[in-house]
Design a protein around this ligand. Sequence first.
Ligand code: ATP
Ligand code: MG
Length: 409
Amino acid sequence: MNDILPDQAQWWERFEDTVRDWLHAYGYRNIRMPVLERTDLFVRSIGEVTDIVEKEMYTFVDQMNGESLTLRPEGTASCVRAAIEHNLLYPGPQRLCYSGPMFRHERPQKGRYRQFHQVGVEALGYGGPDIDAEHIVMCARLWRALGIGDVALELNTLGDSESRGRFRERLVKYFEQHAAVLDADSQRRLQTNPLRILDSKNPQMQELIAAAPRMLDDIDDASRLHFEGVQNLLQAAQVPFTINTRLVRGLDYYNRTVFEWVTASLGAQGTVCAGGRYDGLIEQIGGKAAPACGFAMGVERLLELMQHAQQTAARVTDVYLVHQGSAAAQYAFAVAEALRDSGCSVVLDCGGTSFKSQMKKADGSGARFAVIIGDDEAAAQQLTVKPLRGNGEQTRCVIAHAADLIRGK
Ligand code: ATP
Ligand code: MG
């Protein structure tokens, strides 16, 4: 669980401002749920045989009344519980959003924390593929607003419960044939929740998982049509995607569309946002049956991407100009102007310190090149260009050539 110090909090505030405007642009309204719920809510909705419920929940007994409580590991179950409790769905469907801390007892590592933050979006009471597509398209818009480029969309469909039943049987048969390769978790899950084996992170099982039967082959017609509807809307909106038939998500309440946004820039913790349809959950938690769809994004992981993108996009100076001697100083002044005429950005050293200390300033400036002028260079009307990044050679040349070199021509 992290402290977020002021230097870091600035980024959080910038992120939150962007997210608020973005949610407003799609008409999602804010809802704020407590961080604690009865344990039973999460067990029933997320599923008894899932990583979250089996090993990641912070669960404790309330000393005052013996009730089992859990710090929320995700927001969907609480949001649906609140919508039912306050009859929010009575007047009609609702577009809702929330943000805040979630808690999972995982092994802490980069991008994986025990208290982390999510922004979540839930569309309750909507059954059509248009809302699934809206969620995905709105994610794409947020990545653009945050300046994040390197995230890709993976999409799959889990069908209805009957088609999942058929798939489950095929899957059990397949894994039984390879029982020797299954790790302990998967052997146990083979009987209780075989779909979960597909999202195992164990590297030793990946080959087996890659060759497993595909859900898409068992899918019912209505779900297939729904899935095509989602894909058509995404194509029309020019949001590229790949279909990943292994994508099952780590929570049991999903059916039909599931999706994840993944990046290669964050190492092992590459999923920054995930969601899908959960048409059975509202009824399961005690509400009147209504379809729904939603997603949640991991704020810490997105901030990492956002910072990285914005730092690399920050404009860097091309040249730090170092000079030594009075003839050189005068020539350097003219060279700086000439380089700027050719489109280079130039910081001219001012103040006449030693060569060594000027080179230090050049190194610390973040500029791509040092241009060095001594009396020798001044007499020959030349300059020395020294790359400050990588291991390029330094060259001595005339101004026009130097400008080409610096601008990469
Ligand atoms: P993962 O496969 O990385 O464990 P998950 O499938 O358990 O993710 P979800 O329940 O789908 O995650 O949560 C949505 C998003 O929340 C994830 O895509 C991720 O960005 C973020 N997230 C989940 N768990 C953590 C965590 N422990 N620390 C930081 N971010 C997290
Ligand atoms: Mg997880």
